[in-house]
Design a protein around this ligand. Structure first.
Ligand SMILES: *Cc1c(COP(=O)(O)O)cnc(C)c1O
Length: 494
């Protein structure tokens, strides 16, 4: 299977292998890599996957896309990435709320958020890509983070052969718990550094390093090249397709549906990555009828799906679901490409860059509208959903999952469509414990992580996840704080 840029308008696109797409991340023309065709998943394929473990299901689905990878190698990597040790509660856990709703808990990994699902496997895929493409240099992954991605990337890349990782976080821009998770990171090839300024300062600093040819030269002399772990990398997207297929298998297995029955899927999303993975599962042939795109007050996607106009020129809100506080949904570009082709995608992405907005042609919009519906929740509605879900089901959900549950409820109320619906649950409630407790009407008057976690545990009668509990006991390893101007030195290990 060949990969090409979403913006490559030539008749003979510049194809690359999946290993190259994963190594490069972004295409040279600024577009995102996509396979030249979407593989087909038959009903027989799904049936064959039902008795398998998550790791085996993952290897099967990934091998349909990563055709240049050795199958046995993919199986070994999936077994290691989704092992009992890494995901003690199971990798993608279906939890039935009622006859319509089941959540798909994707946060039983090392950092208690769904990014582990991709970032546990992607480093292994990159490591193989380096040897498959004959790369002699070490890859040095640079990440700017506002919290969740940094920790998940550190856990994923720690001690991976041929790779180093440095994570930059804004010194006052992450929560106490997130800071503690990163500064206590274990592993021989990891580095963590605070940057004076906000997330944008850290992010711009990393972007400048990536575009500085002199720095690249210096790194090369020292034996490495800079690379990113960004969510637009195909190596992060492909593993996310797996859990929707896995969830369908588990619904058949537990008797909620019969093989062939259609389901709906609801995803709380910001960058459009997680929901696009569900769209690919549907396009492959998995019986998904409708996709519900759930947003917080930064409802740029809700408005887009309602009007056909994507407009990022709007007020930005800081919400209690911060991992979805995004105004540029990068992976939407992949949907535009699948539905409208490279010519249209290239034109619209230009308009977005120049004017901050674009409008889809009506026929393309009709295609998208037939599959996706967008809803959003205000902060008040998000808090109410956490309280209501706990009261009704005794089920504690985090702020992002709550956006998904509340939007799925809105969709059912509006349409009466009560098909079995899988709602992606993207973080442990303990990752956003203070807001979750406040939503239950029990605000915690402390910013000490151990106290916040302990209080949520006693309020809710649930266990603190083991990885977070362990973080509280680890020594701090990384204390360096720099100005943004010093970031290149950190990247060059000076
Ligand atoms: C990153 C993240 C999301 C959003 O994921 P997308 O890639 O934007 O779809 C949702 N919830 C949590 C907890 C996250 O960390």
């Amino acid at each position: 299977m060949n990969y090409r840029s979403t913006r490559d308008t030539s008749n003979t696109p510049a194809y690359v292998s999946s290993a190259e797409a994963i190594k490069k991340g972004l295409a040279p023309d600024g577009g995102l890599y996509m396979p030249d065709s979407i593989p087909h998943l038959s009903s027989g394929d799904v049936e064959a996957l039902i008795p398998l473990s998550y790791a085996r299901r993952a290897a099967y689905v990934l091998s349909m896309y990563l055709t240049d990878y050795d199958k046995a190698a993919l199986e070994a990597d999936c077994e290691a990435a989704y092992s009992e040790e890494k995901f003690p509660g199971g990798a993608a856990v279906l939890r039935k709320m009622d006859d319509t709703f089941s959540t798909l808990e994707l946060w039983h990994g090392p950092t208690c958020a769904f990014k582990d699902m991709a970032l546990q496997i992607m480093p292994r895929l990159l490591s193989r890509a380096l040897s498959m493409t004959g790369e002699k240099l070490r890859a040095h992954i640079l990440v700017a983070t506002s919290g969740d991605t940094g920790k998940a990337a550190l856990e994923g890349y720690r001690d991976v052969p041929g790779v180093d990782i440095t994570v930059f976080y804004p010194v006052d821009g992450v929560s106490r718990m997130q800071k503690m998770q990163m500064t206590t990171q274990e592993g021989e090839n990891v580095n963590v550094c605070a940057v004076r300024g906000n997330f944008d300062d850290a992010q711009n600093g990393v972007k400048e390093i990536f575009s500085d040819a002199a720095l690249a030269d210096e790194a090369k002399k020292a034996g490495s090249f800079f690379s990113s772990a960004n969510s637009i990398n195909w190596g992060r997207l492909a593993p996310q397709i797996v859990y929707y297929i896995s969830a369908y298998c588990d619904l058949v297995k537990n008797g909620s549906i019969k093989l062939g029955d259609e389901i709906n899927v609801c995803v709380p999303t910001g960058n459009f990555g997680n929901i696009f993975a569900a769209y690919l599962a549907k396009t492959m042939g998995l019986p998904i009828a409708h996709l519900i795109c759930a947003s917080n007050s930064n409802c740029v996607l809700t408005d887009f799906l309602k009007t056909g106009t994507y407009d990022r020129t709007r007020e930005f809100f800081k919400t209690m679901s911060p991992s979805m506080d995004i105004l540029i949904s990068s992976n939407l570009e992949r949907l535009l490409y699948v539905v409208g082709g490279a010519e249209l995608t290239s034109r619209l992405m230009n308009e977005l860059k120049e004017n901050g907005k674009y409008t889809l042609p009506a026929d393309i919009m009709a295609k998208i509208g037939g599959v996706f519906s967008g809803y959003y929740l205000s902060e008040k509605e998000t808090a109410e959903t956490i309280g209501r879900t706990f009261d009704k089901f005794g089920y504690l959900i985090d702020t992002h999952t709550a956006v998904g549950v509340g939007c799925a409820e809105k969709y059912v109320t509006e349409t009466g469509d009560k098909k079995v619906t899988v709602i992606a649950s993207t973080a442990s409630p303990y990752k956003f414990a203070a807001d979750v407790a406040a939503s239950l009407g029990r605000p915690i008057d402390s910013d000490e992580p151990s106290e916040i976690l302990g209080t949520l545990s006693s309020i809710s009668g649930t266990e603190i996840p083991a990885p977070l509990k362990r973080t509280l006991t680890l020594p701090v390893r990384f204390t360096r704080v720099v100005d943004a101007s010093e970031m290149p030195n950190v990247a060059l290990k000076k």
